[in-house]
Design a binder for this molecule. Structure first.
Ligand code: ADP
Ligand code: MG
Length: 598
């Protein structure tokens, strides 16, 4: 027998790890901006070229770094923000794993310039693919400037699967918005390909919302404020009559960090119940402050998911706070703590101090015309960033990014299938071969994991609910994992000590035998039994994804192949399947040349 295990070279390991933190230009934007905030910056300017694919530059006036720190910050687990494991639970700053800069440097060309106020002169460091290429002195103002060029230059598969400039730019604007919203006391600029898209002055939250979404928001917002000894809720909801047909303006933060939380989202939506039409969505900009010890943020690498220790309590408080805001608005004008104050900034017509008139009881805007709003930004009238010039109101051109554009891949690829098992397509630099089964495993795995965290699995009701029996031991194991199975969409009911009925199954499970799947899951749980929540969830996601994933020897259409490839490279880890197997291989032009010419 020959040994088959090889250790990955560091550079490859770094690139794989980088995929978890940096999936697209917008992820780098987020990490860099959060670092600037953590450094105490009061002004943060973001410049991007080609939607961040060409260049991302973040300039801040924060505390800067010493020369040693400037070299060190690119190392994995280099962080000034925690020193012992307990710190993880009390952390209030944004980043805390010391991974962002190491990840960015692994997959891009990075220039760092930084200067502290006690230093006469700054330092400039160039790092390419994790290697420091240059270090010189740099005369500059106090603060830090990161310039990130050619993201994914050494990971052609990822680079190739970035979306069109429009789509990537939407993500960049979204991250910028999330950071800017919760830090209204900081000034921000966003400049894209030489055009200034946002220039946000320091102010309060209401002014910040207006700066980001348009001055007309002055009349659309209702303040929400609720303080209890466990949580404080603060922010604005959009009045019911301005509810939109798209889900755009739903911003929910915990301790100022943007998160997605379908369950708590439901608390808000529910509070609006019967106030807005069925097909419309309430808008909100809400921050919940909780003791960091009451949450667990680090359950997903991109950190948009959070577990609360007492989520039911938060649900109730949030629901009540939003209801109260709506109710008070209907009775009498609200006191608004954030009413624009004069900061020496010209808000033009915005600063109308008069209070809003009592809202009409019509629960939606009768003059709303679904055809008037968005149609003007069709693809044909929008041929690139030039058209931004004409759009002065930020709220206006924002819609353009929100247009659910049919995302065309940057370059149209063809896909062919080999042996009904492998998907083959070309990259600029070679040939990409994807194992369809492993790719699908990875996609489903990440999907189930999300559903397990968010409790968001869709269930398909069975027409003929099927009873099944287990032995006493298995039945008790099933009871252990039952709550998690519900999260991914199993609707099971226990009839007696050993008999269960399957009333519903996960939506993706059509055509699969649910009882068999449940038995597999019990078996798996038997082998890897653990009481750790996360491990148990990983186990379930693994079993389900490997069972449900597309098998080898399945014919696929070109469309299906393209979808699979797109979804794969949208995953946080595209390189390896949940069981560690490599998902794809690239045959480079160089390798081909070598083969052909010898
Ligand atoms: P983390 O933010 O999790 O600590 P990063 O890789 O994002 O990890 O950053 C590593 C370290 O580099 C930070 O802890 C901080 O000390 C330093 N750093 C990064 N960006 C800046 C900045 N804009 N200004 C000052 N220091 C910075
Ligand atoms: Mg960071």
């Amino acid at each position: 027998m020959i040994d088959v295990i090889k250790l990955l070279p560091d550079s490859v390991a770094n690139q794989i790890a980088a995929g978890e933190v940096i999936q697209r230009p917008a992820s780098a934007v987020k990490e860099l901006m959060e670092n600037s905030l953590d450094a105490g910056a009061t002004q943060i300017d973001l410049y991007v070229k080609d939607a961040g694919k060409g260049m991302i530059m973040v300039i801040d006036n924060g505390c800067g770094m010493s020369e040693t720190d400037a070299r060190l910050c690119f190392e994995r687990h280099a962080t000034s923000k925690i020193s012992k494991a307990e710190d993880l639970f009390s952390i209030r700053t944004m980043g805390f794993r010391g991974e962002a800069l190491a990840s960015i440097a692994a997959i891009a060309q990075v220039e760092l310039k930084t200067r502290r106020k006690e230093d006469e002169v700054g330092v400039k460091i160039i790092n390419e693919g994790s290697v420091i290429k240059e270090q010189t002195l740099a005369p500059m103002a106090v603060g830090t400037t990161f310039t990130v060029k050619n993201l994914f230059f050494n990971v052609p598969a990822r680079r190739n699967f970035l979306k069109s400039a429009n789509a990537e730019m939407r993500h960049v604007v979204e991250e910028f918005t999330r950071v800017a919203l919760m830090n209204p006391e900081v000034g921000f600029i966003l400049n894209s390909d030489g055009k200034e898209l946002y220039h946000l002055f320091p102010g309060n939250l209401k002014q910040r919302i207006m700066g980001l979404f348009g001055n007309n928001y002055n009349e659309k917002l209702l303040p929400v404020r609720q303080e209890t000894d466990r949580v404080t809720i603060n922010g604005y909801i959009v009045k019911a009559e301005f509810a939109k047909k798209t889900r755009g303006e739903q911003y929910f933060f915990v301790n100022k960090r943007f998160i997605k939380h379908p369950y708590l989202h439901h608390a808000i939506e529910n509070a609006f119940l019967e106030m807005i039409p069925k097909d419309s969505f309430p808008g909100y900009f809400l921050n919940i402050e909780v003791d960091p010890a009451d949450i667990d943020v680090n359950i997903h690498p991109t950190k948009t998911e959070v577990n609360f220790l007492d989520v039911k309590l938060i649900y109730a408080i949030l629901h009540a706070a939003v209801r109260k805001a709506i109710g008070q608005n209907n009775l009498s004008p609200m006191i608004d703590f954030d009413e624009p104050t004069n900061l020496g900034i010209d808000f033009g017509e915005v600063v109308k101090q008069s209070n809003p008139i009592v809202q009409p009881s019509v629960p939606f805007n009768p003059s709303y015309n679904p055809f008037s709003e968005k149609r003007e930004f069709t693809k044909s009238s929008f041929g690139g960033f030039q058209s931004f010039e004409k759009r002065q109101d930020p709220g206006d051109w924002r819609q353009l990014y929100e247009e659910p554009a049919k995302e065309e891949p940057v370059q149209k690829n063809h896909y062919i299938q080999l042996n009904q098992s492998y998907i083959i397509t070309t990259l600029k630099s070679g040939i990409l071969v994807i194992d369809q089964h492993l790719a699908h495993c990875r996609i489903l795995f990440e999907k189930f994991l999300k559903e397990l965290e968010n409790d968001s699995g869709q269930s398909q009701q069975e027409l003929f609910p099927e009873p099944f029996s287990l032995n006493a031991n298995d039945a008790s194991l099933l009871r252990d994992i039952l709550p998690d199975l519900r999260r991914v969409g199993f609707d099971l009911e226990q009839v007696n000590a050993t008999t269960f009925i399957i009333k519903g199954t996960p939506a993706d499970m059509a055509g699969f035998n649910a009882v068999e799947m449940i038995e597999k899951m019990i078996d798996n749980y038997k082998i890897n039994r653990t009481d750790l929540n996360l491990d148990r969830k990983l186990g379930i996601a693994k079993t389900m994804s490997s069972q449900l994933a597309l098998k080898a020897s399945t014919a696929l259409t070109e469309m299906e192949m393209q979808n699979l490839a797109d979804q794969l490279f949208g995953c946080s880890v595209a390189e390896v399947a949940p069981d560690g197997k490599k998902i794809y291989a690239i045959l480079t032009l160089d390798e081909l040349n070598l083969k052909l010419k010898t």
